[in-house]
Design a binder for this molecule. Structure first.
Ligand code: HEC
Length: 449
């Protein structure tokens, strides 16, 4: 009896002392009414930073008005066409459904789920007001590039020594080149796209030299490299690589040796301004055929470069937001949907949907999927819940890894041979990530489960 009482007492004290888990952006999003307006809001307001708590929230109509005016101007100045709602609709909807202290509106903290064990190490580098979309690894060094400052930063993961490289972008001094995607080719070279200067750079980590590629369709916004099932930049048999463009429904082939470009049109999305469709990311299957997503156009699409044949299929739900997809070694597409928070699997061999995966944290928005080339594990960014999800491709069981900060808007995942996993805090603005650092951060995760 005494023992039982003692056990009860210990349990009670443990319960009472358990710190209340923090409310995260995904909890705020879960508290908003479901529907197309919400999905449009997610598409427009969670492309640059997390929405709601901890930082991006306002309490009154006047405050929302001031902020949304600013956000719409940013969207316009950067010519992004990201926000598919009018100022009036946004202000009214957010005042009605999304204002005020979170505690009063939402007591369910869905993001408080069991998390897998891991060791986390942060590597700060770069400059405070930069924007760091992606990262890459080359031997012992991790790299990030600043969208605004046109610099490539490296940090040695063993010694923490940092380096800075001026990127020879073709812009007037002080203007952003728009460094965006960073990936690597099979031979270990690092590649960067520039949405603003319409260029691509190859960086050789053995010589620290850049090689520049240009000649892209003006106003296209060079966006992402087409990747393969090894998580590398796809290179076809003739030595070409490919890029997608944020503002045009095209994919461009670039010959790596000669730099010559060739533009392929994809299926035109009807009833939408081409610049607002956002043909987003693309991957290549084992036959060299290309598969892409359109975030705002809400399609998945196909292009066979051998024949020029192209088609598109709409996603199951309007404004689902198919985003940074991956392909596995069985030619299966893993498509993250930003606005539904779900993953759609599409088998390119049978040309059929092969399932949908719901993630354990309600209200989360999934920006990217990356597949570990060494073991096939699928990783999705829990961009609204400060998490990374690890999915077993066979059982589809999901584990959650919780990052050490809030506001960690993440857009990529990178892997090394030793089983470590990396990402970078990719919020624009960088200061929305709640951290003691004033710069970019590369996060190394060593799973312990
Ligand atoms: C193009 C990128 C981008 C998009 C899209 C965007 N934001 Fe922002 N947001 C920013 C930046 C940059 C800041 C920081 C502004 C500053 O410090 O002056 C910010 C700051 C905020 C803040 C903090 C308060 C403030 O006024 O600075 C709130 C709230 C916010 N955004 C809400 C939204 C909402 C709501 C949407 C969708 C309608 C949205 N954001 C879309 C880039 C974006």
């Amino acid at each position: 009896m005494k023992k039982l009482l003692l056990t009860l007492l210990v349990a009670l004290v443990t319960f009472a002392c358990k710190e209340k888990p923090p409310v995260r952006s995904s909890d705020y999003m879960a508290s908003l009414p479901e529907g197309e307006v919400k999905r449009k809001l997610i598409m427009g307001c969670t492309s640059c930073h997390q929405m709601g708590v901890p930082v991006a929230i306002r309490n009154t109509k006047a405050e929302w008005d001031a902020t949304i005016t600013k956000m719409l101007k940013l969207d316009e100045d950067l010519k992004l066409h990201l926000i598919p709602l009018t100022k009036e609709d946004l202000v009214n909807w957010l005042t009605e459904h999304g204002s005020g202290p979170i505690e009063k509106r939402n007591t369910t903290i869905y993001s408080d789920v069991p998390v897998a064990k891991a060791k986390y190490e942060e590597f700060p580098l770069g400059y405070a007001n930069g924007f760091y979309h992606d990262m890459a690894l080359a031997d012992d060094r991790a790299f990030v590039a600043d969208y605004f400052g046109n610099k490539l930063y490296a940090i040695n993961l063993k010694t923490r020594k940092t380096e800075t490289f001026d990127i020879p972008v073709n812009v007037k001094p002080g203007k952003p080149g728009g460094a965006h995607a960073i990936d690597k080719t099979h031979d270990g070279k690092i590649w960067i796209t520039f949405t603003k200067s319409e260029q691509v750079m190859e960086f050789d980590p053995t010589t620290n030299k850049f090689r520049e590629y240009h000649g892209f369709t003006p106003g296209g916004n060079v966006q992402y490299f087409v990747l393969d099932a090894n998580r590398d930049v796809f290179e076809d048999k003739s030595g070409n690589f490919w890029v997608s463009h944020f503002s045009k429904e095209i994919l461009t082939q670039v010959n790596r040796a000669t730099g010559k470009t060739r533009v392929f049109n994809t299926t035109r999305t009807k009833n939408m301004d081409e610049a607002a469709v956002h043909l987003y990311a693309a991957v290549a299957d084992s036959k060299g055929r290309l598969w892409y997503t359109e975030t705002h156009g809400n399609h998945m699409g196909f292009l066979d470069p051998a024949t020029g044949k192209t088609w598109e299929k709409p996603m199951a739900l309007t404004w689902a937001g198919p985003k940074r997809l991956s392909i596995d070694k069985n030619d299966m597409l893993w498509i993250p949907e930003l606005a539904t928070g779900k993953i759609t699997l599409y088998d390119t061999r049978t040309e059929k949907i092969a399932g949908q995966i719901e993630l354990p944290i309600k209200g989360d928005y999934i920006y990217a999927i990356r597949i570990n080339p060494y073991n096939g594990d699928v990783w999705a960014t829990g961009s609204g819940s400060d998490s990374l999800y690890r999915i077993d491709p066979k059982t589809r069981a999901v584990r959650v890894y919780r990052m050490p900060r809030r506001g960690t808007f993440t857009r990529t995942v990178v892997f090394d041979k030793e089983g470590n996993v990396y990402t970078c805090y990719g919020s624009l603005p960088n200061k929305h990530t709640q951290m003691p650092y004033q710069n970019a951060v590369v996060l190394k995760i060593t799973p312990q489960d």
